[in-house]
Design a protein around this ligand. Structure first.
Ligand code: IMP
Length: 216
């Protein structure tokens, strides 16, 4: 296995202080940044598939966040030979019976971009009550020895009547947090990470990873 100075074998936990490296099973640059913002504080470095020298297309055939998260992490771990982490996430809207849910990235079909998808959501929410929704994130980490760690985080909110804010990605401009009176897109990255589904899932993941590292 490849060695890097002071880091031990790449991808293997170094308990002496330099942490560990995980490959993110995603092409979403914004997810990579959010994950690194949260996990770098713990000495965990998350790198892209490209940095790990792999390019894996995973068909998300699962019907739950858990299934798709595992599919992605396992495929990238097998391709790279390194521990891989995946986030499968989405927005579940109560008035739409949980849609778009696991299909959040594909809502409205291939032709739409982020703006097109949240506009479609606003259209489908016209006249609908209640406007309550939640973001869900399921983090899965697959290790080359077959071990798997998972963690789920949820963030409740409502669907705004119009987009607000410039930050974040995806449905952020239309996901409103009543306690903060702001959409996700109006929060700084730090503010979003402190309350978001992904922030909560990664916090739980961190605790489970620490436990796992103590035992192994
Ligand atoms: P995934 O990459 O298959 O997990 O797709 C997740 C999709 O859910 C993304 O493409 C976004 O549309 C949406 N999503 C997940 N997390 C967020 C978030 O934090 N903000 C906005 N949209 C999100």
């Amino acid at each position: 296995m490849e060695e890097t100075e002071g880091q031990g074998p790449v991808g293997v936990v170094n308990m002496e202080g330099n942490g560990m490296k995980l490959v993110l099973a995603s092409k979403n640059q914004k997810k990579l940044v959010e994950m690194n913002d949260i996990l770098s504080q713990l000495g965990i470095q998350v790198c892209s598939e490209a940095e790990a020298g792999v390019d894996v297309e995973v068909e998300e055939t699962g019907t739950t966040f858990e299934e798709n998260s595992l599919l992605k992490a396992k495929a990238v771990m097998e391709a790279s030979g390194l521990p891989a982490i995946a986030d499968d996430s989405g927005l579940c809207v109560d008035a739409l019976n949980g849609a778009p849910g696991v299909y959040s990235a594909r809502y409205g079909g291939e032709g739409l971009d982020d703006v097109g998808r949240y506009r479609l959501l606003l259209e489908n929410m016209r006249g609908q009550m209640p406007r309550t929704a939640r973001f869900v994130s399921v983090i899965t980490c697959c290790f080359p020895n077959g071990d798997v760690l998972t963690a789920r985080g949820e963030c409740p909110g409502t669907i705004a009547f119009a987009p607000m804010g410039e930050g974040g990605f995806g449905y952020d401009p239309v996901f409103f947090l009543p306690p903060l009176k702001k959409t996700f897109a109006q929060l700084s990255p730090e503010e979003k990470n402190a309350v978001s589904h992904r922030g909560k899932a990664l916090e739980l993941f961190r605790a489970r990873l620490e436990e796992y590292l103590k035992e192994n």
